[in-house]
Write a protein that binds this ligand. Structure first.
Ligand code: SAM
Length: 311
């Protein structure tokens, strides 16, 4: 049965490979576990009636896996909060530095939750540059992000070392079991758990701290937890209304955007030891020797992040 996707509204550069992927089947992973969907039914259609955080982020980064409805929201957000595109790039730079840091620290396997549409500097590519035997399981709930990751991995990946799952990260046990069932991750060794620019898309009712605590508990000792998160803590009073209007616009579009304060974000690391320089504005994190956007006014990115290590 063909996927229920409106071809007229689609971006053919993306839609064609997506349809093909549905036809070819989903080969890289094992059987589904719980509510995790590693063999998406083609009827699990892309929602083109609403914008989606994965596709809007892809638009901000200059990708092609987005539709008109995503670009309209992206443009409106950029009008309200012009720094938002640069913020996306800053976040992507941070992700790359965090993965490099983790691999340099002996982490050779990653679980990337809310991995997004593949773009420049994907986790497995960054990790492979340093350790060609590194491993990565990508997880996202958005079908377009998952389809693109699958296409990329079918072309360039190694089924023994890479997998992608469609799942909601809030289903902690199901995600964890399915990630291990891929055979890609070894639970007896430290894992790099990435929650980069995703937790602010969970709304307050989602009990975010409980979700993150469950992952912390499951991780083997020595594991690294990487989080980046949006915050309005340093937005000047005169601009705050604009930023809040941006948050409201996300929400009115069906995307649960929830910036949080620094203390709340710090608490997501629990008792994990924060690597230097702690929880910082993203352009300040392990930036020595790197070209980094917004180095002169790091707080302008409105993102903090850090890397915690389980004792
Ligand atoms: C802004 S993108 C971040 C992508 C990537 N982590 C990065 O930092 O470049 C956020 C991603 O999180 C995904 N996402 C949001 N809520 C999610 C959830 N509850 N479970 C899994 N993925 C989720 C979205 O579909 C989107 O792809």
């Amino acid at each position: 049965m063909p996927p229920k996707v409106s071809v007229t509204a689609g971006n053919s550069q993306v839609l064609v490979p997506f349809l093909l992927t549905c036809r070819v089947g989903w080969r890289l992973t094992n059987k589904g576990v719980g509510r995790v969907n590693d063999r998406p039914d083609p009827a699990d259609a892309i929602d083109l009636g609403h914008p989606n955080s994965a596709r809007v982020y892809d638009y901000f980064l200059g990708g092609t896996a987005n539709w008109a409805i995503d670009r309209v929201l992206g443009d409106k957000l950029s009008e309200l909060v012009p720094i938002i595109r640069t913020g996306a790039q800053v976040n992507r730079e941070f992700l790359g530095r965090a993965v490099r840091y983790a691999v340099g620290n002996g982490i050779t396997q990653f679980l990337d939750l809310g991995s997004g549409v593949p773009t420049v500097g994907n986790v497995h590519e960054v990790a492979d540059e340093i350790d060609p035997d590194s491993r990565c399981v990508y997880v996202d709930r958005e079908p377009v992000a998952v389809a693109h990751a699958r296409i990329l991995l079918e072309r360039d990946g190694d089924p023994d070392r890479h997998a992608v799952l469609q799942a909601d990260l809030r289903d902690v046990d199901a995600v964890w079991k399915a990630a291990l069932a891929t055979g890609v991750l070894d639970p007896s060794r430290p894992i790099g758990l990435l929650m980069v620019s995703v937790l602010h898309f969970l709304d307050p009712q989602d009990e975010v701290s409980e979700v993150v605590a469950q992952y912390r508990e499951l991780l083997p000792p020595g594991s690294h937890l990487v989080i980046s998160h949006a915050t309005l803590d340093a937005v000047p009073e005169a601009e705050l209304r604009q930023f809040e209007a941006g948050v409201e616009l996300y929400r009115a579009s069906g995307i649960a955007a929830s910036p949080r304060d620094r203390d709340t974000i710090r608490a997501y690391f629990g008792d994990f030891a924060l690597a230097e320089p702690g929880l910082t504005w993203l352009p300040e994190w392990q930036a020595a020797g790197h070209q980094v956007l917004l180095r002169e006014r790091p707080e302008a990115c409105c993102f903090v992040g850090g890397l915690g290590i389980k004792g």
